[in-house]
Design a protein around this ligand. Structure first.
Ligand SMILES: Nc1ncnc2c1ncn2[C@@H]1O[C@H](COP(=O)(O)OP(=O)(O)O)[C@@H](O)[C@H]1O
Ligand SMILES: NC(=O)OP(=O)(O)O
Length: 315
C-alpha cells in the first residue's frame, strides 16, 4: 500500500505557533515516531508538510534585514522551508527508524507546483502565514500595505496569495524515489509555486499554496492508495465547537461535500482538508483519512478518524 501523509503545521511546531527551532525538532521527533511505526507495516510512505509558521517567519526576517542584505521573494522563502523542514524531518525519521531496527532510507526533494498566472488567488490573499499578533499591532502592518485577518482567539495573522496547485512538476522524481524504496519528503508547503511562460520556461511566483490541496494532487500523481491528513483533531466534526458537535467517521465523498456546503468546516483550517480529501477520492483515490497524528497507524490498518470513501465504494 502507498500512503501520502500530509503533516499539518500543528504537527510541526508547538501550539503557540512561534516555530522556534527546538520546538520544530521536538515536534518532528513526535511526528516521525508515528511515521516509523507506520513503516513497520508493509507500506510506502511519501510525506508532505505545511510551512505556514516557518515561511511567515522567513518573510519577516527578510523584511527586517532588507536594508542590510538583499531580500528574497516569497517563493524563495518557500523553497528554503522545504529544505530546512526536510532536513529536520529526515534526521528525526532516521533516528526513529534506527530505534525500531527498520532499514529504510529517507530523501527530501525540492518540489515545484505549477499554478495558473491568472489564478484568482493572486488578487485575493487567503493563506494565513507566520505569527499571530494582537489587532493593534496587525493594524500598523496593514497601514504598511500588508493584508492581515482576524483568526479568532489566537489573534490576527498575515494572509498571502494562495493559487490552486494544478500539477506537481517534480512528481516523477518523487515516484522514482518511492519506487527505489526511499521514504520521501516532498512538496512541502504545497510546493514552490511556479508558472509556465509562453516559451515553456518556469519561474517562481510569490504565493503560498495550501499544503493539503498540494497533497491531493501529489497523492494522485504518485498513485497513492490512501491520503492521510494528520492534524490536531481526531476527526472532522459537524457543528464543531457547539454542544451538537458530531465527529464524522466513515463518510462518502458526496455526503462530505454536502456537509461542506452547509458550512461545517472553517476556511483556512478544516475546510481545505475536507476539500483535499474529497478531491483525492473524486479523482480515483481509494480513501482519504483526516485524523490526529497519533492515530495514523489506525488510519491505515483500521477505521480511525474521518474516512472519506467513494460513493459506491466500501474500500
Ligand atoms: N468542523 C471542524 N472539525 C474539526 N476541526 C475543525 C473544524 N472547523 C475548524 N476546525 C479546526 O481545524 C483545526 C485544524 O486545522 P489547522 O489548524 O489548519 O491544522 P494543521 O495546522 O494541522 O494543518 C482544528 O484544530 C480545529 O480547531
Ligand atoms: N502551506 C501550508 O498550507 O502550510 P500550513 O499547513 O502550515 O498552513
Amino acid at each position: 500500500m502507498r500512503v501520502l501523509l500530509a503533516l499539518g503545521g500543528n504537527a510541526m511546531t508547538n501550539p503557540d505557533g512561534r516555530a522556534r527551532p527546538e520546538d520544530q525538532i521536538d515536534a518532528a521527533h513526535v511526528a516521525m515516531s508515528a511515521v516509523a511505526d507506520l513503516l513497520q507495516h508493509d507500506v510506502d510512505v511519501v510525506i508532505t508538510h505545511g510551512n505556514g509558521p516557518q515561511v511567515g517567519n522567513l518573510l519577516v526576517k527578510n523584511e527586517v534585514a532588507a536594508s542590510v542584505v538583499p531580500p528574497v521573494p516569497l517563493d524563495w522563502c518557500g523553497a528554503q522551508t522545504q529544505a530546512t523542514l526536510g532536513f529536520v524531518l529526515m534526521n528525526a525519521l532516521d533516528a526513529a527508524l534506527e530505534q525500531r531496527g527498520v532499514d529504510r532510507r529517507t530523501a527530501t526533494l525540492v518540489t515545484r507546483a505549477l499554478v495558473a498566472a491568472d489564478d484568482p488567488g493572486f488578487t485575493r490573499p487567503t493563506k494565513p502565514i507566520g505569527r499571530f499578533l494582537p489587532a493593534e499591532e496587525a493594524q500598523v502592518l496593514i497601514e504598511h500595505g500588508e493584508t492581515w485577518e482576524d483568526r479568532g482567539e489566537k489573534g490576527w495573522r498575515r494572509v498571502v496569495a494562495s493559487p490552486e496547485p494544478l500539477e506537481i512538476v517534480d512528481a516523477p522524481a518523487v515516484h522514482a524515489l518511492v519506487g527505489a524504496g526511499f521514504v520521501v519528503v516532498a512538496n512541502g508547503g504545497g510546493g514552490i509555486p511556479v508558472v509556465r511562460d509562453e516559451d515553456g520556461t518556469l519561474h517562481g511566483v510569490e504565493a503560498v499554496i495550501d499544503k493539503d490541496l498540494g497533497a491531493a494532487v501529489l497523492a494522485r500523481t504518485v498513485e497513492a492508495d490512501v491520503l492521510v491528513i494528520a492534524t490536531d483533531v481526531a476527526n472532522a466534526v459537524l457543528h464543531f465547537g457547539t454542544p451538537e458537535a458530531e465527529p464524522l467517521g466513515r463518510v462518502t465523498v458526496s455526503d462530505l461535500r454536502g456537509y461542506a456546503r452547509e458550512g461545517h468546516f472553517a476556511s483556512g483550517s478544516m475546510g481545505p482538508k475536507v476539500d483535499a480529501a474529497c478531491r483525492f477520492v473524486e479523482a480515483g483515490g481509494t480513501r482519504a483519512v483526516i485524523t490526529r497524528l497519533d492515530h495514523i497507524v489506525d488510519a491505515i490498518t483500521g477505521d480511525g478518524g474521518t474516512v472519506v470513501v467513494p460513493d459506491q465504494g466500501e474500500n
